[in-house]
Design a protein around this ligand. Structure first.
Ligand SMILES: [Zn+2]
Ligand SMILES: [Zn+2]
Length: 446
């Protein structure tokens, strides 16, 4: 069968019924740079959406690499000049000689190549993991803090879709600018709220890159020789590197252990509570004295007042003492132009005095938690999931009520009525006269 001289990709082309000589003449005119409108007029062609699509390919002497049929070509003009590039196609198998060709053969070749690369990646990845993460943990080897960090991480996994690994798929907040709406793409990275816990667990190799990471996820972090770029760890999938009686834990099986089998001892709870207690005292000292006091209240001072008050005073009463001492300390610093050491000593002595007096007489007031002070995500998690405290009551209860000992009957939390004020209110401003630090009645506000 004789080969057609022209090959049309658009079967509705108005050029289709013209003679091969006229078609060739149109193509030559187009190559020379004649404007399309002019060509349409000269050859009396029907107006269509795209003249270029109407234009057929012309047969060449070349044969297709893939199926040996005749290759056709057509010029594509570069703007309205005489310059043009040639587009080639095989009329039989549709191979178009480009890297993005969608003919059956090219699609299949690319699929095979992709599969080969994926296999190569998997081999390199397994080798990398074996070389870099050969150690693992037993559940008993984890510290209490590791266990809590792991629980925080595990609760961030989509539990309705349990997987062997954690992926931290994160969608950046969507922009409402209509020009950017289409660009909101998903990125693999740790959400800010768990960033520090994740990093700590990664550093200790308690969570490690997962065997389930794909070259797709790691694409930009691997070079041609499959060298893993460790700087881009945010893009990995992760898995737990912890075993329980020989079985590797998954996020789900770990949470099951943490919430059902792991009984947190009272002694452990007290340690966790002290950290929260101290943090809130430090936050309140900063809240009261930042930009007011010239010297800093040192961490050592905060540690000391924590140990002084934690057994006997609720946070609410400890805040009352800090409120009074803060004011007395500002007055002291101003009056004596005191240095940092003296200020800290005064602060400690003053709060110890107040503590002794109010502890004996049971006269300390209950302050509320100012809304400027917020618990971190980590501490909130501990309060609600580890210590199992009621949402706000813990602020008003002292340690012996929060952690009743086994010898005593369990303390009913609801027995003692709490002040009705909203916790959003600012601390009580009215300080009774007996807490006033008497130094100079004229100058000291208390
Ligand atoms: Zn072909
Ligand atoms: Zn092809």
């Amino acid at each position: 069968m004789a080969q057609e001289k022209h090959y049309f990709t658009n079967s509705d082309s108005p050029l289709k019924n013209l003679s091969p000589e006229i078609i060739q003449s149109i193509i030559e005119t187009y190559k020379e740079g004649t404007l399309v409108g002019q060509i349409r007029r000269d050859f009396d062609l029907k107006l269509t959406p795209s003249f270029y699509k109407d234009l057929p390919y012309s047969i060449t002497d070349e044969n297709c690499d893939l199926c040996a049929s005749a290759v056709y070509e057509k010029p594509k003009r570069v703007s309205n000049s005489k310059n043009y590039s040639l587009h080639k196609i095989c009329a039989n198998c549709k191979h178009d000689f480009t890297d993005s060709c969608s003919c059956d053969t090219c699609v299949e070749v690319r699929a095979v190549e992709k599969k080969k690369k994926e296999t190569e990646f998997k081999d390199a990845w397994v080798e990398y993991l074996e070389a870099n993460y050969s150690n693992s943990y037993q559940l008993e080897e984890l510290t209490l803090y590791d266990e809590i960090n792991l629980a925080i991480i595990a609760t961030k996994v989509d539990l309705d879709n349990p997987k062997e690994y954690l992926s931290f798929l994160h969608t950046p907040s969507r922009s409402y600018n209509r020009y950017y709406q289409h660009h909101s793409k998903k990125e693999y990275q740790f959400p800010d709220s768990i960033q520090s816990f994740a990093k700590q667990l990664i550093n200790k190799e308690i969570i490690i890159p997962s065997i389930h990471s794909t070259s797709n996820v790691l694409l930009s972090s691997i070079d041609d020789d499959f060298v893993i770029n460790v700087e881009l760890k945010d893009r990995y999938h992760w898995e737990f590197n912890v075993y329980n009686k020989g079985t590797k834990l998954t996020p789900n099986s770990y949470l099951d252990y943490f919430f059902n089998d792991r009984k947190i001892k009272t002694s452990e709870k007290i340690i966790l509570w002290r950290d929260i207690y101290k943090t809130l005292l430090a936050d309140y000292v900063a809240n009261q004295l930042e930009n007011v006091l010239k010297n800093d209240i040192e961490n050592y001072t905060i540690e000391t007042i924590t140990d002084l008050m934690i057994d006997d005073f609720s946070l609410s009463k400890a805040f009352f003492l800090i409120y009074c001492t803060a004011r007395n300390t500002v007055f002291y610093e101003n009056k004596y132009k005191a240095n940092q050491q003296k200020v800290n000593t005064f602060f400690l002595n003053n709060i110890t005095d107040l503590f002794n007096r109010h502890n004996k007489d049971k006269t300390a007031q209950d302050f509320n938690l100012p809304h400027a002070i917020q618990l971190s995500y980590y501490h909130q998690f501990i309060i609600h999931n580890v210590l199992d405290f009621n949402k706000t009551n813990y602020f008003y209860l002292s340690s012996d009520k929060l952690f009743p000992t086994d010898h005593l009957p369990e303390y009913p939390l609801s027995k003692e009525p709490l002040p009705e004020e909203s916790s959003k209110e600012e601390p009580v401003k009215d300080i009774p006269s007996d807490v006033i630090y008497h130094d100079n009645d004229d100058d000291c506000p208390f």
